[in-house]
Design a binder for this molecule. Sequence first.
Ligand code: NAP
Length: 550
Amino acid sequence: MLSTTQAGVTGNGHRSRRSQREAGRGDPSAVSAEASSPAVPSPATMLPPNLPRICLALQAETVAELLAKAEQAAHDNLLLELRLDYLKHPESALPRIRQFLHSWPEAQLIATCRRQTLGGKFRGSLDAELSLLLHAAQAGCRFVDLELESAERADARALAGLRRQTRLILSHHDFERTRPPDSYFERMRRFAPAVYKLAFTARNFADNLTLDRFVRAHAAAYPVVALAMSEWGLPSRILSLRAGAIFTFASFSPGEETAPGQLDIATLRRLYRVDDLNRATRVYGVLGYPVSHSLSPHMLNAAFQRESINAVYLPLAAKKAEEILEAAHEIPLNGFSITLPHKSALLARMNGLDPLAGKVGAINTVIRSNGKLYGYNTDVAGILGPLEQRLPMRAARVLILGAGGAARAAAFGLKARGAEVWLLNRTAARAATLGRQARTHVVRRSDLKKLSVDVVINATPVGQTPQISHTPLSADELKALKPKIVFDLVYNPLDTQLLRLAREAGAATIPGFEMLVAQGARQFQLWTGKPAPVDLMRHILLSQLASVKA
Ligand code: NAP
């Protein structure tokens, strides 16, 4: 019986004996080793135990800068890729690598010196690349990264020499698109590398699913790393770990990416908690396009962490509703938020619908349970929650400005609570339609002075950044309406001109971020069955909004 280390099992539990038996194919020296002792894995393919789940890709123009970053990074993460090809004189790094490993003997260094023709920065020949990698291995690098295309062209003896010194990460990069991964994987198997690395470029959401499928199919038997580059590929950088990939790549800090779409280590660790991901991790996300600006990942990941729930919430950029449904069942997603442009389109694809969401005609939250999808509209709770904390809505008189998606949620939600509602909208016909559907009054601007209300809700974007001096109602109109409460759904800026005028008119005010928090809290509750840590979510959101402003 082989010990765990002998069998080549990593700290993450990967690497079976089957993969160890693959060792040596295509490499003459390794083949003979396998023939003489088939059960003993080659040191060239055994992975060190407790390999970190993040490989920090380091790049700099000078050796001093590169090693200074490695020093700083090693305190936090011991798996480091040194991109020697970014250096003006890569060979000058070798003595400094030895020195570094003297101070950090437990550091796992990957040396990479990718040539320009394969997307790197090294201008030398393949022989020069191999020679540099060999010297890096002799200096103590525990891995070298060599491209599949280079391995296929390399002199067999040079390759065998390299493998005697260190472990080979065989990589393939495609900077244009995502192709079927299996043909590359088959070509790689000939070389029996220690790690199989595929980095494609995602052009849409579905490309993440292609890589996820690949990792799920092979990770139990082979140490794979599979990533989709570009902003479309963000999910793959996190979900590949859940599917069983041995590590993912991160940049040292934002702006220092060595590949398009690479996330920085702090984001991977603190926001997405990738060190804790496992097969049991439940996956949630916000689907739509664009989603990169969404604050929900900050708010909901913090809530999952606070409540010790093994779940992650991702921005899932998807242009097509079909991609969302495919992801929902394939990843599978346990639930998701839906943003523009899919809020109405997906409604008809649900297996069940919250009655109020059906009336509003839009869903923003989906629960997936036993393979079925159930749609909800938590914008309703996002509006009612903050209002009802201050005033009962039964028989309250409410003026809603706008007749779009948020106004619909407000109108149907308030009517369900027994409020009396008036609508005022720029396009009168739209207000008339919503008024008929939700059984509200409709008011013209010229008639506003005849009205007095308890609550005004702004469900238009008027006053939003950058037009922060605009207001949907004048000071005189507000004074005439005499509202007790003014709720501005605009959340950027935090304090709007309308809210300032409302305070001057003696009204209590509710800023738009309260709706963001309340609708997110309702999502959390729907997905987990637990009350949300609302104070934490509010705190996280406020600090995010403050940093957006800065
Ligand atoms: P929407 O569906 O596009 O509807 C926008 C509404 O605003 C329409 O009734 C439109 O009138 C009106 N409008 C747009 N520009 C206007 C202008 N310059 N002057 C007067 N009226 C104007 O948008 P929505 O999804 O309902 O969102 C509305 C606002 O609520 C946005 O600012 C959004 O950020 C905010 N919101 C906040 C939250 C939150 O969590 N705090 C959630 C959802 C929405 P027409 O019919 O004439 O085009």
